[in-house]
Design a protein around this ligand. Structure first.
Ligand SMILES: Nc1ncnc2c1ncn2[C@@H]1O[C@H](COP(=O)(O)OP(=O)(O)OP(=O)(O)O)[C@@H](O)[C@H]1O
Ligand SMILES: [Mg+2]
Length: 258
């Protein structure tokens, strides 16, 4: 069976893409015994760091697999402390990806092509996207089937969300990816204020039945990441874990029910 391919993406920075990608991936691996691959594509390498894997210490990462045809994705995949969860790490090299691939007319499909050899080995493949538009994000959207958009509950974040919808529609049209869809929008960094509640209400209006319950601010979630641990390792009984479990279950349902 082919893997479900789910991207956490928003061109805006700091909206909890990495936090959600890492903890949702770890949830499927450790709580549902699924085989999971998390592909980091951000130059910051935060997905690795959040899992206790230091991408600086690795000779090869996603950049090398995307630019060297002799290097399969398996060759840059590493295990993580979470059983069943494997990581394709990323690091600063990824900044060179657009120029390294510039001459290739198929450059937007490189990730999709590289996934062909691992697709049957996993139940889920998650992508942690960088906070910018460009060739890397296009590769992610071309390779993914389901999109989860974490949106900070601030006024300008709504703008970014509308931009994401346009970008997804462009990729659908330009790359023949009609099945690609935003399955879930997650309001993040939520604090109970009038403005935040207005933003959540707007999201529910734009994305009826596809807006998750808000992911509230939680010091424990931040702490877990700073220790390089998933919430399931660091504080499995915390409110942060309860919220992340609800989001992981929503991701699962949203992709299955359409
Ligand atoms: N629920 C939460 N409560 C408090 N802090 C959080 C929460 N979720 C995430 N954070 C913190 O917010 C910061 C940004 O989160 P994260 O790295 O997941 O965002 P991102 O969208 O991946 O950022 P970037 O765009 O830079 O890749 C991190 O320091 C993270 O620990
Ligand atoms: Mg990130």
């Amino acid at each position: 069976m082919a893997a479900r391919r789910i991207a956490f993406i928003n061109e805006k920075g700091g909206t909890c893409k990495t936090t959600l990608a890492v903890n949702v991936a770890a949830y499927f691996a450790s709580k549902k015994q699924k085989r999971v691959l998390l592909v980091d594509l951000d130059t910051q390498g935060h997905a690795g760091k959040s899992l206790g894997v230091d991408p600086r210490g690795l000779a090869r990462n996603v950049f090398h697999a995307l630019t060297d045809p002799a290097l399969p994705l398996e060759a840059v995949t590493v295990p993580t402390p979470t059983p069943n969860l494997f990581l394709v790490p990323s690091w600063k090299d990824m900044a060179e990806f657009p120029s390294a691939a510039a001459g290739d007319p198929q450059r937007a499909r490189r990730l999709e092509h590289r996934l062909a050899s691992v697709n049957d080995r996993y139940d889920f493949i998650f992508f942690d996207a960088p906070p910018s538009l460009g060739l890397t994000s296009t590769n992610i959207l071309v390779a993914a089937d389901e999109i989860v958009v974490p949106v900070a509950t601030t006024y300008l974040a709504l703008d970014g969300c509308a931009e994401m919808v346009d970008t997804v529609n462009d990729v659908k049209a330009n790359f023949g990816r009609q099945a690609l869809r935003i399955t879930l929008v997650v309001p993040t960094l939520y604090r109970k204020t009038q403005l935040a509640d207005e933003v959540v209400a707007k999201l529910k209006e734009y994305f009826p039945r596809r807006t998750a319950e808000p992911f509230a601010l939680s010091v424990t979630v931040d702490e877990a990441q700073s220790h390089g641990k998933t919430i399931w390792e660091y504080a499995p009984w915390s409110r942060g874990a309860t919220m992340l479990q609800a989001i992981a279950e929503a991701v699962d349902r949203a992709g299955r029910t359409g």
